[in-house]
Ligand binder design. Sequence first.
Ligand SMILES: Nc1ncnc2c1ncn2[C@@H]1O[C@H](COP(=O)(O)OP(=O)(O)O)[C@@H](O)[C@H]1O
Ligand SMILES: [Mg+2]
Length: 249
Amino acid sequence: MTQEADQNIALRTDGLWFAYREQDWVLKDVSLSIPLGKVTIIMGPSGTGKTTLLKVLAGILRPLRGRVEVLNQTVEKQAQRSLSTLIGYIPQQLGLVRNLTAMENVLMGALGRCGHGKVLLGVFPRREIEHAKAALDLMGIGHKSDEKVIHLSGGERQRVAIARTLLQRPRVVLADEFVSDLDMALALEILGRIRRAAQQEQITFVLSMHRVGLVRESAEHVLTLSHGKVIPGFPAQGVQGAPGVELPQ
Ligand SMILES: Nc1ncnc2c1ncn2[C@@H]1O[C@H](COP(=O)(O)OP(=O)(O)O)[C@@H](O)[C@H]1O
Ligand SMILES: [Mg+2]
């Protein structure tokens, strides 16, 4: 792997090893490159290490060996605060506040930029409110902006979670099992919107998922994780026949 700066790479790992318990390796020598401004899908069956890999990429977990580079800078050298402005991480459970409206949840993405005093009173700068509206519209959920999250469907909540992350103005968004629980048509629609957001806002998206069909339909770039190892350059069409990859149908 070249150590030179590459303008077309958003994330790069080199020989990553990670274990929650000593010697019980979850990630085994993972080296990968994720292209800038595209949607990359990391796929693989449950328990194979997808969530762990995303958390290591986000700087939430530290690798025991190897390193992660975000936009050509090693993660250890980035202060956690600057890392959180570069990377938006969406956990599988989304982390929305159910009793607040979609708009209020989205505005939370701007908290890092706004003075806390006014924000506690619910006063956000006009430009942040405009950005929140635009993000909700981009995700096709603008008409539900005053609806409490508790009243929204799973797919609607996922759109809100993406819109909230866009308010952070990240360069990279990592989303765990993002559309796995949705039916195919809805999942494809949301993936289409994510692709548009990637193009319009020049954001790199990395989505983990375990559903093969979706991947085949929607991938710009696919990596397969199998038993903690990456199968490089594996085309989406060939995934079902991959050695060592047992995927649910
Ligand atoms: N917090 C944790 N402590 C110990 N083991 C964990 C923890 N989280 C995940 N694991 C284990 O690590 C392995 C990979 O899990 P995970 O990264 O969640 O896989 P995936 O997201 O592909 O389902 C599994 O064997 C899982 O049991
Ligand atoms: Mg997982």
